[in-house]
Design a protein. Structure first.
Length: 302
């Protein structure tokens, strides 16, 4: 009997030590959402900028599913840990662990016995994120098509380095310059404009890309400008169709990465986008179309 009692006391003691001194969060909130982890990751990072935050959202390299952020509420500093777990191709579960960095012990004492101001603030903050996320996923659609050949094209392009969020701005800034210069030289176009990503830093959400216009190669190409030329050789790819504002067409990149991982398809994380609408003309953004491609890795690289 004494051994049983000692065992119970030891267990209780360990639970108390874990709860007050080891447990990383004071309060945990869980919810499910109808989208994939990459879209949640990017929404949290943009939402972070709308609060009184300390530093940037922290991410472990290219691993998208765990994020840390620090938010200031008056004289309190709260640490949020977002853990994103994919459930299906189009649904995810989000687990949010929240800690008050200066009042953690007091919160852990009060939380089991009352609905504290800390809990109310935490629920309100996470609900705000959930509303932002719902608004975002209602404004775009991604459909993974599967494997498809991307044809060879000869490109006139302008190289750019921006954040993912600035990608569409770089396109719009250079669209008139690129197409007008080609038109004035009598160059024949060979399809809609494209983005060819040459480097993608998924930890910092920055990219190098070529904003390109497919053309028919000729002796009329304008020289002595910022425009460069190269051939994009045909390749086997994974393809998705994206509908929505081109600012967030990178959501399809994440959908394709998830599809490739779930189906054991080795890919190069260097997206290629083809745009079929001119944003300057406006209209319903869900009617805007882009085709997104991720090149498959060559056999010799496997």
């Amino acid at each position: 009997m004494k051994k049983i009692l000692k065992g119970i006391l030891l267990f209780v003691g360990l639970v108390i030590v874990w709860y007050f001194f080891i447990k990383p969060s004071d309060y945990i909130i869980r919810f499910e959402t109808q989208t994939f982890p990459g879209a949640i990751n990017q929404t949290i990072k943009l939402w972070h900028q709308t609060h009184d935050t300390i530093g940037q959202v922290e991410q472990n390299g290219a691993e998208l599913n765990t994020l840390y952020q620090t938010i200031r509420f008056g004289d309190s500093i709260h640490r949020y840990r977002w853990k994103i777990k994919p459930l299906t191709d189009s649904t995810s579960k989000v687990i949010v662990g929240i800690k008050d960095m200066e009042h953690s012990f007091a919160n852990k004492v009060k939380i089991p016995f009352s609905d504290t101001d800390f809990e109310k603030r935490s629920r309100k903050t996470v609900l705000d994120l959930m509303e932002n996320l719902k608004d975002h996923i209602d404004k775009f659609k991604v459909t993974v098509v599967g494997e498809e050949d991307l044809p060879t094209k000869y490109l006139a392009y302008v190289p750019l380095k921006v954040t993912q969020f600035q990608k569409a701005g770089g396109m719009m800034k250079n669209f008139t310059y690129l197409t007008q210069t080609l038109y004035e030289s009598g160059v024949e176009l060979d399809g809609p404009p494209m983005v060819v990503v040459t480097k993608w830093d998924r930890e910092n959400d920055s990219i190098y890309y070529n904003f390109a216009q497919p053309i028919i190669r000729s002796d009329r190409l304008p020289m002595g400008t910022d425009i460069q030329y190269k051939r994009l050789f045909g390749k086997r790819t994974l393809k998705a169709e994206y509908n929505g504002n081109y600012i967030t067409s990178d959501r399809a990149w994440y959908a394709l990465l998830d599809y490739a991982e779930n189906n054991n398809i080795p890919v190069e994380p260097l997206p290629i986008e083809v745009f079929y609408n001119n944003p300057h003309t406006g209209g319903d953004e869900l009617s805007w179309k882009a085709e997104i491609y991720l090149p498959l890795k060559e056999d010799e690289e496997l």
